[in-house]
Design a protein around this ligand. Structure first.
Ligand code: ACO
Length: 319
């Protein structure tokens, strides 16, 4: 048994934060941000919105497209690192809101690569025959983890959620997933959890990032990853219809596409108007390109992401 994508959805908060608005808050400029990142604006969650509410909105869209009810779902896996609580998980919040069935629901913490990791987990459960239909959600509000004066992080991150319903099928589907981690890079990117921080030190619970060094490792690891993913499946880049990358930085995306010799016309980008939405980034890009008709059934897609951990991964999919 294999797993196929039955439906996708996404949610972006209504409030826009443009580069011009950021110029009023910190020492930066629209030109600097566009040149270094490709980002023009991002969406910011408002009071009352959080990882669970955004994830739920994306999930409802994905269920609708899949023509399924929440009660049809056997398992919920949520990729997030920005839930309001350490526990209960965001997945449990979403389970309670969607269904009275006591189906398993849990979070996967792999920062920006979270959706790829969650997709891989869901795929394994379906392949093993344990579950038939799994709701996979990526949702993050990283804007709330950026210090309001830190121009290093503030310009990069936006909020949002994306979701996919995976279901058992006789044909692919998810052809393969590839996951990697390198915990020795913890000092380059992270958020100190409040559980390790005394009340006096709470101010340290903001995101820290050595952007320049993250950039170099991201480019090198993603280049290796996409080439290896294709080789392991006996494919070449021209077999791919679409690259759906994590939306962190246009220069990282272009470097990965170049490694594959894929023209940018075959690369889905949303970061111009979403910024980096962390675990939500890949499923948002996927859903946008499905909804606007670029991604069609039967096409081959390569999803990839890199993020805090470091953790990085790819998913080769026949949509
Ligand atoms: N506006 C204006 N100037 C800035 C800003 C800003 N927002 N931020 C930094 N600068 C300055 C720096 O202070 C530095 O000034 P200096 O030369 O006087 O010291 C100069 O710009 C260049 O800084 P660099 O850090 O070398 O700039 P770089 O070209 O590397 O771009 C960036 C910075 C955009 C952060 C880039 O390194 C990047 O995107 N890295 C990857 C970060 C990332 O994607 N993180 C998340 C990925 S993992 C995940 O998604 C969770």
């Amino acid at each position: 048994m294999q797993s196929e994508i039955a439906g996708t959805g996404h949610y972006l908060p209504g409030q826009r934060l443009t580069n011009a608005m950021l110029e009023q808050r910190v020492e930066t400029s629209h030109d600097w941000i566009v040149e270094r990142t490709g980002i023009h604006e991002r969406r910011i969650a408002q009071a009352g919105e959080n990882a669970a509410s955004m994830g739920m909105a994306a999930a409802r869209e994905a269920l609708q497209v899949a023509n399924l009810q929440a009660d049809d779902i056997d398992l919920i896996v949520v990729a997030t690192t920005s839930g309001e609580r350490a526990f209960p998980s965001v997945a449990c919040e979403i389970q309670a809101a969607l269904t009275e069935n006591n189906i398993p629901a849990f979070d996967v913490a792999a920062a920006c690569s979270g959706f790829i990791f969650a997709l891989s987990v869901a795929d394994q459960y379906i392949r093993s025959g344990t579950y038939q239909r799994v709701l996979v959600i990526g949702t993050d509000v990283l804007s709330r983890l950026c210090h309001p004066d830190d121009r290093n992080t503030l310009v990069l991150f936006g909020d949002g959620a994306g979701a996919a319903v995976l279901q058992a099928s006789n044909k692919p589907g998810i052809i393969s997933t590839h996951l990697n981690s390198a915990g020795e890079f913890a000092d380059l990117l992270g958020v100190n959890h409040v559980s390790r921080t005394s009340p006096e030190e709470l101010s340290e619970a903001w995101m820290y990032m050595k952007g320049n060094e993250v950039f170099k490792v991201a480019v090198s690891k993603l280049s290796e990853l996409v080439v290896d993913t294709l080789a392991e499946n006996g494919l070449v880049a021209s077999d791919l219809d679409w690259l759906v990358p994590h939306q962190a930085n246009m220069r990282i995306i272009k470097a990965t596409a170049k490694k594959l010799k894929m023209p940018m016309e075959q690369v889905v980008t949303t970061l111009e108007y979403t910024g980096n939405t962390s675990a939500a980034s890949v499923p948002i890009a996927l859903d946008v390109a499905i909804r606007d008709g670029r991604i069609q059934r039967g096409q081959k897609l390569l999803l990839e992401a890199f993020g805090g951990g470091f953790a990085w991964g790819s998913a080769l999919i026949e949509y």
